[in-house]
Write a protein that binds this ligand. Structure first.
Ligand code: AHM
Ligand code: MG
Length: 361
C-alpha cells in the first residue's frame, strides 16, 4: 500500500504528461497541448470563481446568440477565447471546433497561423463552459475537450488551386473535425466545483487530478478511476420521462420501484450540469443520461464536444455509453453541432437499458 501511495503522491499533471511522453515518444506533442489546456483550465477556474463579483467584467450576457439559438453569456465568450488562444498558440493545432463557434476554425490555412503550417497536428473539439447558465446560482460547470489526429493531407499546400478546388480543400480540412469518437486520441474534462477537478484519458485508463491552489498545480488524486459495475443512482431530467422511448421508461420505472434487474430501489441525483453529473457517476456509480424524447428526438447533448469525449472517459473507466441502441463512440458525426441521445454509466445498469431497447426491436 505504501508503495502505491508513494508512486502517485505529488504527481502533477505536468509530470504525468512528461512521464507519458518519455514512455511513448509518439505522444510528445500531446504534452504541449495538455500544457495549454492545464493553463486554460486554471484561468477559467478563476473567472468562474470571480464572475459574480459586482466589479466582474464577466457578469451577465454578451447580447449575442450562438448558432444554436442560445444566449451567449460573457463567460461563454471569454472562456472560449481563453481556450482557443491557449490551444492555437501551441502551434500544434490543425482545426478547432467549439460549441461557441458557428463553424470550425481552420488554423493551418490562415495567414496568421502560416508560421505554424508545418506543425498542425491535432484537431481539438470543445465546450469551453458547459452548463454556464448555472454559474449565477453557484452550481458546478465544466470544460469538455476532445483531441483527434489531424489529417495532414488536408493542408492547402497546393497553392495553384483555383475556385472550387480551393473551396474543396478547405472543406476537407474542416471535415477533419467530423471524426467518430473511436478516433479520439485524448479526452478531458475540467469540473469547476467544490474543488477544480481535471479528468483525462489518453486511451489507457481514466486519471483524475485535483487543483492544489497553493501550488497552482493539478495533482493526481484519482489514479486509474473505475466506475462501480452496478449502482442505485439515476441522473436524468425526469420531467421529460413521459416523452422518452418506451424501453427507457420501463427500465426507469423498475429502478424507481425496485423491480428492475438488480432489485435495487434507485435514488435520483441530477445537477443539470453534465460534467458534474458525469463526475459523480464515475465516482459513485450510476446512470447519467439525456435521452431522446418526442420533442427532441436526439436529446440535447452535442455528439462532438460533449457526447464523444465524455463517452471515451466513461468507457476508459469501465463504464458504457450508448444511445440505447448504438455505442456513442462509433457514431460518425455529420455536422459539428449534431445532437445525440446519451445514456452512460455503470456496466450492469446500462446493459439493462440496452437489453430493453433490443427486446423492443
Ligand atoms: P449547454 O451546453 O447549453 O450548457 O447545455 C448542456 C447542459 C448539460 O450540462 C446538462 O446535462 C444539460 O444541459 C441539462 O439540460 P436540462 O436543463 O434540459 O436538464
Ligand atoms: Mg454544452
Amino acid at each position: 500500500v505504501l508503495d502505491e501511495v508513494c508512486e502517485t503522491t505529488g504527481v502533477t499533471l505536468k509530470r504525468y504528461m512528461n512521464e507519458v511522453a518519455m514512455l511513448n515518444p509518439e505522444l510528445t506533442e500531446l504534452t504541449v497541448l495538455f500544457g495549454a489546456i492545464d493553463t486554460a483550465c486554471k484561468a477559467i477556474t478563476n473567472m468562474v470563481k470571480r464572475s459574480q463579483l459586482p466589479s466582474s467584467e464577466t457578469l451577465g450576457y454578451q447580447g449575442e446568440v450562438n448558432i444554436q439559438g442560445e444566449d451567449q453569456k460573457k463567460l461563454d465568450v471569454i472562456t472560449n477565447e481563453v481556450l482557443k488562444r491557449a490551444l492555437r498558440f501551441t502551434g500544434k493545432m490543425g482545426v478547432l471546433a467549439s460549441e461557441e463557434e458557428d463553424v470550425p476554425l481552420d488554423l493551418v490555412n490562415t495567414e496568421k497561423d502560416a508560421i505554424f503550417a508545418d506543425t498542425g497536428k491535432y484537431v481539438a473539439v470543445f465546450d469551453p463552459l458547459d452548463g454556464s447558465s448555472n454559474v449565477d446560482a453557484g452550481i458546478p460547470t465544466g470544460t469538455i475537450i476532445g483531441i483527434y489526429d489531424h489529417d495532414e493531407n488536408c493542408a492547402m499546400d497546393d497553392e495553384s488551386c483555383e475556385g472550387d478546388e480551393c473551396a474543396q480543400q478547405e472543406l476537407n480540412c474542416l471535415s477533419n473535425t467530423l471524426q467518430a469518437g473511436t478516433n479520439l486520441v485524448a479526452a478531458a474534462y475540467c469540473l469547476y466545483s467544490s474543488s477544480t477537478f481535471f479528468v483525462l484519458t489518453l486511451g489507457a485508463g481514466t486519471y483524475g487530478f485535483t487543483l492544489d491552489e497553493n501550488l497552482g498545480e493539478f495533482v493526481l488524486s484519482h489514479p486509474n478511476m473505475k466506475i462501480p459495475e452496478t449502482s442505485s443512482i439515476m441522473s436524468f431530467n425526469e420531467a421529460n420521462t413521459h416523452m422518452w422511448d418506451e424501453p427507457l421508461q420501463k427500465v426507469v420505472k423498475g429502478w424507481r420501484d425496485g423491480t428492475g434487474k438488480s432489485g435495487q430501489q434507485f435514488s435520483s441525483r441530477y445537477i443539470g450540469s453534465m460534467v458534474g453529473d458525469v463526475h459523480r457517476t464515475l465516482l459513485y456509480g450510476g446512470v447519467f443520461g439525456y435521452p431522446g424524447d418526442t420533442k427532441n428526438v436526439n436529446g440535447k447533448l452535442r455528439l462532438l464536444y460533449e457526447g464523444a469525449p465524455m463517452s471515451f472517459i466513461m468507457e476508459q473507466a469501465g463504464g458504457i455509453s450508448t444511445t440505447g441502441t448504438k455505442r456513442v463512440m462509433e457514431i460518425q458525426p455529420e455536422y459539428v453541432h449534431q445532437r445525440v441521445p446519451i445514456i452512460m454509466g455503470s456496466k450492469n445498469d446500462i446493459e439493462e437499458v440496452m437489453e430493453a431497447y433490443a427486446a423492443a426491436e
